[in-house]
Design a protein around this ligand. Sequence first.
Ligand code: 5RP
Length: 222
Amino acid sequence: MTQDELKGLVGQAALQYVVPGEIIGVGTGSTVNKFIDALAAMKDRIAGAVSSSNASTARLEALGVRVFDANEVGEIGVYVDGADEIDGKGFMIKGGGAALTREKIVAAQSRRFVCIADESKLVPVLGRYPVPVEVIPMATQRIVRQFAALGGTAAVRLIDGVPLVTDNGQHILDVAGLEITDPLGFEREVNQWPGVVTVGVFAFQKAAVCLLGTAGGVRTLS
Ligand code: 5RP
């Protein structure tokens, strides 16, 4: 099976966690796009969605799903999103699609995070994938130096040679060379550096369930 087919498999499998009549939290990325496509089959049976990015909002609305602002709703039952890396405990690196801040906000508002990913995302220790960090631009170079002190190499994410601007109007640093053996401690520390909007380690908002697409079918880690 191709990676795209594995993403389709878990996107479809995540439908079992969608509770009819409820509002669902929806993440961002190519795997989530497969979930949104699958959601079309039951779009008339959900109350709507809270989305983590302008891209997912557009895709949901194109299907006819009502998208609510997070402030309009209370606790969300289930949040479905992908990951760039996930370990056996449900700790993740996210933000490859630059939506990490809103993803963490919707995850924090949700009771249960259901991660959907192909098997290439499962790792023993987080950090081979460069950690995305959303930053306020005036703090960029100081944060680069703070990561260097931890042994990481941070680079501003560019699109066509200019810094990518997130849905929140900020920039992304991608930090390579880190081995994150203590995801909770790492998230806690980096999140309090002035100028960091969100670090793309999801330890406090970890996945409760991971649906992993493998050649043998969907493997459920919980
Ligand atoms: C976006 C994310 C995505 O969930 C992550 O990058 C995985 O994306 P994909 O499903 O395309 O591999 O965190 O900010």
